[in-house]
Design a protein around this ligand. Structure first.
Ligand SMILES: Cc1ncc(COP(=O)(O)O)c(C=O)c1O
Length: 388
């Protein structure tokens, strides 16, 4: 089996699962309990928070645990909307955000908020000057992802940060779910960024884990009210075993990051160099510094994305249509449409998403499977053209 769908989810690391099991067996007390057993869990929770903060060079009390990327995005956006409703009801985002952002924004629109969805260029990048032009006196939030999950384009967070330096009261949120382990720490933690969202299952931690970064002094309304965990901002008994496991997974994925990214880039380039020689192939992910090393999206014109996914599956290779969320709903990729891709090409797009465990030998196997699949589709396309 060759697993090339790491942007959908990653396999939990064996040593990370070991931590999860050990903590579940040995330190399963409730961190809020007053007794010594609870204190042990609380101590581990605190150590995990410190570990994560240290990795990113931020303060411990700026890390808040969540259940994943969707919760983090919802919290920052709705939490801002509630906390700042007296100051304004305008939010700015892009047309290429994950549904966790776009659908949250749409929900707010139904409640009377106004949202500007900024366009992107043909390479899938938003422009900082468009952000500047969209700012209004009642703008309360700018939310822009670091790495797009469908084509891998890296957004100019630093340039947007420079624009927002003149507007210190506007919350600046970065969805960093696809940016972990991709040598983008400085970009995500640009000094002007106030909030960032992270999801554990994208970096080999157990499902249902995640955290947000909330800069000291910034405020969000809680979405989960209850027992007052996470400094009264996110109630609910903490999943200490999973959180300890996530902290370990983050340490592993961020160790030797540059070397791992070179590996991903090498595998990606080996595939690009091979497939780009064929006619009817469109590659949407660039190889320059504006694209993350792990995502490659391409289309075989005239063949539907799901047909391509299943054809590779027959060869034991797992890829996806442009995102795991949209693949079962037969939705056309929002990112590719925003990039002005013709609809017939957007419906033919598939995403290969890598991590550092993928090898050049797997790229060779992928390329061989590609040749067989492409030749098969070629016959169908020729027949179709002849009968038209
Ligand atoms: C950019 C981005 N944001 C948010 C999410 C949602 O994260 P989760 O699956 O942890 O809810 C994803 C998941 O694919 C994503 O790629």
């Amino acid at each position: 089996m060759i697993y090339f769908d790491n942007s959908a989810t990653t396999q939990a690391d064996a040593s990370v699962l070991e931590t999860y099991t050990k903590v579940s067996q040995a330190i399963w007390g409730n961190p809020s309990s007053l007794h010594n057993f609870g204190e042990k869990a609380d101590k581990l929770l605190s150590q995990s928070r410190q570990q994560i903060a240290d990795i990113f060079g931020v303060k411990k009390h700026e890390i808040f645990f969540t259940s994943g990327g969707t919760e983090g995005d919802n919290w920052v956006i709705k939490g801002t909307a509630i906390a700042k409703r007296a100051f304004g009801k305008h939010l700015i985002t892009t047309q290429i955000e994950h549904p966790a952002v776009i659908n949250t924004m749409q929900q707010l629109e139904q409640l009377g908020y106004e949202v500007t969805y900024l366009p992107v260029d043909r390479t899938g990048r938003v422009s900082a000057s468009d952000v500047a032009a969209a700012i209004r006196p009642d703008t309360i939030l700018v939310s822009v992802m670091a790495v797009n999950n469908e084509v891998g384009s890296i957004q100019p967070i630093d340039e947007i940060g420079a624009v927002l330096a003149d507007y210190p009261t506007i919350h600046f949120h970065v969805d960093a779910v696809q940016a972990v382990g991709k040598s983008l720490r400085e970009l995500v933690f640009n000094p002007r960024v106030d909030f960032a969202t992270f999801s554990g299952h994208k970096f080999h931690a157990p499902r249902g884990t995640g955290f947000i970064y909330m800069k000291a002094g910034k405020k969000l309304a809680p979405l989960m009210s209850g027992g007052g965990q996470e400094s009264n901002l996110r109630s609910g008994t903490e999943n200490v075993p999973a959180i300890a496991a996530m902290a370990k997974a983050l340490r592993i994925v961020t160790t030797d990051e540059a070397v791992k990214n070179q590996q991903e880039q090498a595998v990606r380039k080996a595939i690009i160099e091979h497939i780009k020689t064929q006619p009817n192939i469109t590659i949407f992910s660039g190889t320059d510094e504006h694209f993350a090393p792990h995502i490659l999206t391409f289309a075989i014109e005239g063949v539907r994305g799901e047909t391509i996914v299943h054809a590779f599956e027959d060869h034991g290779i797992y890829i996806s249509t442009t995102s795991a969320c949209s693949s079962k709903k037969e939705q056309v990729s929002g990112t590719l449409m925003a990039m002005h891709t013709p609809e017939n090409l957007a419906t033919s797009a598939v995403r290969v998403s890598l991590d550092a465990t993928n090898t050049l030998a797997e790229a060779v196997a992928f390329n061989q499977a590609f040749d067989t699949i492409y030749a098969g589709f070629g016959k169908i396309m020729t027949k179709r053209n002849a009968s038209n």
